[in-house]
Design a protein around this ligand. Structure first.
Ligand SMILES: [Zn+2]
Ligand SMILES: [Zn+2]
Length: 75
């Protein structure tokens, strides 16, 4: 048995629109625990780019959930 140093997996943000030619990746590197993966394109984003990629901020999403009576709290 060999001791393996646990390195958290690092993800580099692809930028808000990695599927578009005009997008420049923001290049932020973060632990996989803070990265957001798009269900559709499979790219990883930081929180700010994820909001842009998905087209709304979490605050806006929360307001929509509140209006619909489905707000479960900030997460
Ligand atoms: Zn996507
Ligand atoms: Zn980013």
């Amino acid at each position: 048995m060999q001791a393996v140093k646990a390195e958290p997996v690092k993800i580099r943000c692809c930028g808000p629109h990695p599927d578009k030619a005009y997008s420049a990746g923001c290049g932020r590197v973060m632990s996989i625990f803070y990265a957001y993966k798009c269900l559709y394109c499979g790219f990883y984003f930081c929180a700010r780019c994820a909001e842009k990629h998905f087209g709304k901020t979490r605050a806006e999403h929360n307001e929509e959930m509140k209006a619909a009576g489905k707000y479960l709290g900030n997460f």
